[in-house]
Design a protein around this ligand. Structure first.
Ligand code: ZN
Ligand code: FE
Length: 252
């Protein structure tokens, strides 16, 4: 399984998946036709388009790509009325095969009500869309804070060496926010140099890993005492901490 990271629009990432043995080509969240097609063209085909959710910056290339390559579009059954060109409706926990690769659907509502992640268990790879970012999480648009936290907890329970490919390059801004309320976290401090180095060379900070995120991403650390203290919410539940952090980040 080979993954090509494709920068789209301002800060979006689309991901091309190349399965060599059967020559099956897929793309996750094609934001923009031209940027994606520049990469797809080399392979001369596109079998599948996988959408994590319905937002335009994730489905913007759907119809033109489908039209050009006769691809099949896969997305959550919950989004069947709002994913352009949808062909195959996916259910939570469903296993789907693309060539020799197998992935599982993880239903993770909160950012949108039909948001899903694609989990390649054997390859230890997760496409998390706008739910889990490097050092952050998506805004809660269509769900509740409780739903979003529950979704993040599902992802948190995956093996720590799972590589995470998310929908946006938001890492630097997320890092600044994490540092504000978790400034004693040495793992987080160690990230500063690493992130700055990547961005200075115009390289993606992606992929991250579940293990790294658990150690550094403040939204996965709502149970941490020092963070509760920093928010002056010592006796609050994890869910209250999450909601507070999400509100603060929205205004950050
Ligand atoms: Zn989105
Ligand atoms: Fe997005």
């Amino acid at each position: 399984m080979k993954i090509e990271i494709i920068s789209c629009l301002n800060d979006n990432y689309s991901y091309l998946i190349f399965e060599k043995e059967t020559n099956i080509i897929s793309i996750v969240d094609p934001s923009d036709f031209n940027a994606c097609d520049e990469v797809i063209r080399k392979y001369k085909k596109l079998d599948y388009i996988l959408n994590t959710h319905h937002h335009l910056d994730h489905v913007g290339g759907n119809l033109e790509l489908k039209d050009k390559y006769n691809s099949k579009i896969l997305a959550s059954e919950k989004d069947k009325r709002r994913i352009p060109g949808i062909d195959i409706l996916l259910k939570d926990k469903q296993i789907f095969k693309i060539g020799n690769l197998e992935f599982k659907i993880i239903f993770i509502p909160g950012h949108t009500s039909g948001h899903i992640a694609f989990y390649f268990k054997k390859e230890k790879i997760l496409f998390s869309g706008d739910t889990l970012f490097s050092l952050g999480c998506g805004r809660v648009f269509e769900g509740t804070h409780a739903e979003m936290l529950n979704s993040l907890n599902k992802l948190k329970s995956l093996p720590s060496d799972t590589k995470v490919y998310c929908g946006h390059e938001y890492t630097k801004r997320n890092l600044d926010f994490c540092l504000k309320y978790d400034n004693k976290n040495q793992f987080l401090k160690d990230k500063i140099k690493e992130v700055n180095l990547r961005l200075k060379d115009n390289l993606p900070t992606i992929p991250t890993s579940i293990g790294d995120e658990i150690k550094t991403n403040i939204f996965l650390r709502c149970e941490d005492k020092a963070i509760k203290q920093a928010l002056s919410l010592k006796d609050s539940s994890d869910q209250e901490i999450f909601a507070k952090l999400r509100d603060l980040k929205d205004a950050f």
